[in-house]
Ligand binder design. Structure first.
Ligand code: AMP
Length: 536
């Protein structure tokens, strides 16, 4: 039953391990693992996790494009646990916050993360046991507690004979996204949520064991779910790029004859700006998928010309509704004129999902009117992790009895075009996307206000000077601010992508008619250059 009905995030891999044991499941740095090999690693590591974490409910994974990142994710699922991705690029304070709030029972880490792991463990009040399947000796600087299981200890474990399959309503993964009040919000996604997403995509794309996927997103971003789990459900091969290849991915794509591409549009936009999207230069691609931020029509056009044998689609969705739940198929003839403000439509809801445009009070907006895009259906999460008030604010409820619908409020402004497809207009709040990363500017502001001397802070997304892609600019006021110290302090509390590129000092902030800081005026001053960056 479990193998034919994809009820769990790990069902697809498990079933492919039986159907295609000798086919490659994963290739990293020129080394390949078959399905049978990855399956055995996952079953063995799952046994180690179960023992170290005493049947763990939640497993933290600290790894970057390694066997731990991929087989380790599966191992945590095979152990019947919720996966909680950590990120070695995050400062220790942020990983600690995630680890403690998630209540991790065990941490699985790769060798490449040993430089940051001791600081994380020392920062935690009650660090859980740690499993290091790639590490032979106790790493330098490792604290006395917690318990540590090294490579030999893992290798001596008898692999589980079968993965643990929990309840479909159990949480498969827990991701933390930027929170406007200064702390990330936990988004728990159940096996039922994510298998609904995977099933729609399997039907839509018909991937086979001949497909070759790569992987562009960090594990802390939910886009990262798509490639491994879609590939593995089909018996296909996952070929993640390393950090260097990610910077100029097109050569990798050609060299490995990748057939399925998914990335944030920024990656394509950067290649287009560098003039690298030569017509016909990406012949192996069958599917070109973009998701995570607004897709500019000229970028779609350029990519489609570079990959003429592929079908190009714009996928839309927030983490809270499991990766993506609306989609528009690019048509070189009709899509350009259907784009609004140069942005490709986000299309129609996935089968089983519903989308509506609602006013602030939860009532429907008249046909064709602009309002908040709200989502309902099997991919929508139940609510934020241990945050009932945030959850209450995140939903509208409409209808009565059997018609009751709980709508997730995306904070995105949208409308329904005449052709019935949804178009994306912008944000209702100050959430921004920088190279696809979701950032609540309020979160950066909250951390800036904790730095010495900072009395007021406003963080804005502005077009960058180098290539026009948006960057963050911070405007701050206060007496005797040492900007180097502020920048350093910030880098100890938020991920690198949340650090402003420029800082601007101002004595008094302009106010709007409501007496609030006039963000628009500040933005104009930054963009026009009237407010010069502070030299760092
Ligand atoms: P995340 O939770 O990081 O996936 O970010 C979700 C947000 O990204 C959405 O609420 C939108 O603001 C934005 N987004 C995602 N996909 C698209 C898209 N195709 N077009 C425009 N905005 C998008």
């Amino acid at each position: 039953m479990q193998d034919t009905e994809p009820s769990f995030l790990h069902t697809g891999f498990h079933s492919s391990a039986q159907r295609f044991p000798d086919r490659p499941a994963l290739t990293l740095d020129g080394r390949s693992w078959t399905y049978a090999e990855v399956d055995e690693v996952a079953r063995r590591w799952a046994a180690a996790l179960i023992e170290a974490g005493k049947r763990p409910a939640r497993v933290g994974i600290l790894g970057h494009r390694s066997l731990v990142t991929y087989a380790g994710f599966l191992a945590a699922l095979y152990a019947g646990a919720t996966v909680v991705p950590l990120n070695r690029k995050y400062p220790a304070a942020r990983n600690k916050d995630i680890a403690e709030r998630a209540g991790l029972d065990v941490i699985l880490a790769d060798d490449g993360s040993l430089a940051v792991l001791p600081a994380l463990l020392r920062a935690m009040t009650d660090a859980p046991p740690v499993v290091l399947p790639e590490t032979g000796e106790v790493p330098a600087g490792f604290p006395d507690a917690p318990a540590l299981v090294l490579r030999e200890g893992v290798e001596s474990r008898e692999p589980l004979t079968e993965p643990v399959f929990p309840a479909p309503g159990d949480v498969a993964y827990l991701l933390f996204t930027s929170g406007s009040t200064g702390r990330p919000k936990g988004v728990p996604i159940t096996h039922a949520n994510v298998t609904s997403f995977l099933r729609v995509n399997a039907d839509r794309y018909g991937f086979t064991e001949q497909d070759r996927f790569t992987h562009t997103a960090d594990q802390t971003f939910d886009l990262s779910i798509f490639d491994p789990f879609m590939a593995w459900a089909a018996g296909a091969c996952l070929m993640p790029m390393d950090t260097h290849q990610l910077l100029s991915p097109l050569g990798f794509l050609r060299e490995h004859a990748i057939t399925v591409w998914l990335s944030v549009p920024s990656v394509a936009a950067l290649q287009a700006r560098k003039g690298l999207l030569e017509p016909g230069s990406l012949p192996s691609l069958r599917w070109s998928l973009f998701c995570g931020e607004a897709l500019p029509a000229p970028v779609a056009e350029a990519w489609q010309r570079a990959a003429p044998g592929s079908v190009l689609e714009n996928l839309y969705g927030p983490t809270e509704a499991t990766v993506a739940c609306l989609v528009h198929r690019w048509d070189p003839q009709t899509s350009p004129e259907r784009s609004v403000n140069g942005i490709v439509p986000i299309g129609a809801p996935y089968p089983g999902m519903e989308a509506v445009v609602l006013a602030e009070d939860g009532t429907p907006v008249a046909a064709g009117g602009t309002g908040e895009l709200c989502l309902a259906g099997p991919q929508v999460f139940a609510g934020y992790w241990n945050a009932p008030e945030l959850t209450a604010r995140a939903f509208h409820t409409t209808g009565h009895g059997a018609d009751t619908r709980r709508w997730y409020r995306t904070g995105d402004l949208g409308r329904v075009a005449e052709d019935g497809e949804f178009v994306y207009i912008g944000r209702l709040d100050t959430q921004v996307k920088i190279l696809g990363h979701r950032i609540e500017t309020g979160e950066v502001e909250a951390h800036l206000l904790q730095q010495e001397g900072v009395a007021q802070a406003v963080v804005l997304a502005v077009p960058g000077e180098e290539d026009g892609a948006d960057v963050l600019a911070a405007v701050v006021s206060g007496d005797g601010i040492d900007m180097d110290v502020v920048d350093k302090g910030l880098s100890e509390s938020v991920p690198p992508y949340m650090i402003p590129l420029t800082y601007h000092l101002l004595d008094t902030f302009p106010l709007n008619a409501n007496g609030k800081v006039d963000r628009r005026a500040l933005r104009e001053q930054v963009v026009s250059g009237a407010l010069e960056p502070f030299p760092l």
